[in-house]
Design a protein around this ligand. Structure first.
Ligand SMILES: O=C(O)[C@H](O)COP(=O)(O)O
Length: 303
């Protein structure tokens, strides 16, 4: 007779003990699942190749890493992508790995990504470079069965893992009728000014798509409801998402005005670090790579 191994999983939606929307409420901002947290911020002495050992006191501050996905196959073709689910190019893969090197010494307890493969690939590839060598595991909470079937039954393994929460609220802005069209062709057809307005204004939507303001309503609400509480509790969080979901989150973190956000650009695959302390976020720019003096995450050029 086969031995019975089955018992309560240590990890799975409830076992990770993380506050995320349950499968019953994943499409709306619903109740939080509050359970015990197995993850602890136990590693506080990670080595930066240039700066050496960096201490983090999780009781007083926590780190937030924001990263736009690496170059996607439609970025390469200069196509409006929005919520179309396309993968990274080889260059995008390399950018994600390089990003991972830049953040390899910053503690990460929890990862949030959009539901789109380019953000998930970026987060996973970046974590292959992390000094802690913990394994990022995507949390499947889309159904009760998915939760059960993805259970982990070893506490030791759970402690060597990082839960990855994927959520559509962090997706790229829905680009409406522009999705799949070439950005240069559309600028030639409708004029650069019109296209700039569709791409960078705060409250003007592309045809049948989301404005930055609309995107911000879901992305920032998710950030406040489901990400900020983890930072408050001392967890170190990485968010892998998209140009416009991140622009809206940065607008919130940096208190940018609708006018200021129009000139905020996000490069692919460049991580940005924020420190959360006593209810306030302070931007630390992009973590420095091992072979250079610094990088710039923001550029002004579009089209
Ligand atoms: O969805 C897209 O096309 C890009 O990821 C972001 O495009 P944008 O620079 O036009 O906002």
């Amino acid at each position: 007779m086969a031995a019975t191994f089955f018992h309560q999983p240590v990890a799975g939606l409830n076992g990770w003990g993380i506050d995320v929307p349950s499968f019953g409420s994943s499409r709306i901002f619903g109740k939080l699942l509050s359970t015990r947290l197995f993850f602890n911020s136990s590693y506080h002495k990670l080595q930066h190749p240039v700066l050496g050992s960096i201490s983090h006191d999780s009781s007083t501050e926590s780190s937030l890493i924001l990263i736009r996905h690496g170059e996607s196959m439609w970025n390469e073709k200069n196509l409006f992508t929005g919520c179309c689910d396309v993968p990274l190019t080889k260059r995008g893969v390399e950018e994600a790995i390089e990003a991972g090197k830049r953040i390899s010494y910053i503690p990460v307890d929890l990862i949030f990504t959009s539901g789109l493969i380019r953000a998930k690939m970026t987060a996973m590839l970046a974590m292959t470079q992390h000094q802690e060598k913990k394994v990022p595991i995507i949390v499947h909470n889309e159904s009760e069965q998915a939760t059960l079937w993805s259970g982990v039954y070893s506490e030791k393994t759970t402690n060597q893992s990082i839960p990855v929460i994927t959520t559509w609220q962090l997706n790229e802005r829905m680009y409406g009728d522009l999705q799949g069209l070439n950005k240069k062709d559309i600028a030639e057809k409708y004029g650069k000014e019109q296209v700039r307005e569709w791409r960078r204004s705060y409250d003007i939507s592309p045809p049948n798509g989301e404005s930055l303001e609309m995107c911000s309503r879901r992305a920032v609400a998710y950030f406040k409801d489901f990400i900020e509480p983890h930072l408050e509790s001392g967890k170190h969080v990485m968010v892998a998402a998209h140009a416009n979901s991140l622009r809206s989150i940065i607008m919130y973190l940096d208190r940018l005005t609708p006018q200021e956000v129009t000139s905020l650009e996000m490069s692919t695959g460049i991580p940005l670090l924020y420190i959360y302390k006593e209810g306030k976020f302070s931007s630390r720019g992009s973590p420095v790579g091992s072979t250079e003096a610094g990088v710039y995450a923001y550029t002004q050029v579009i089209i």
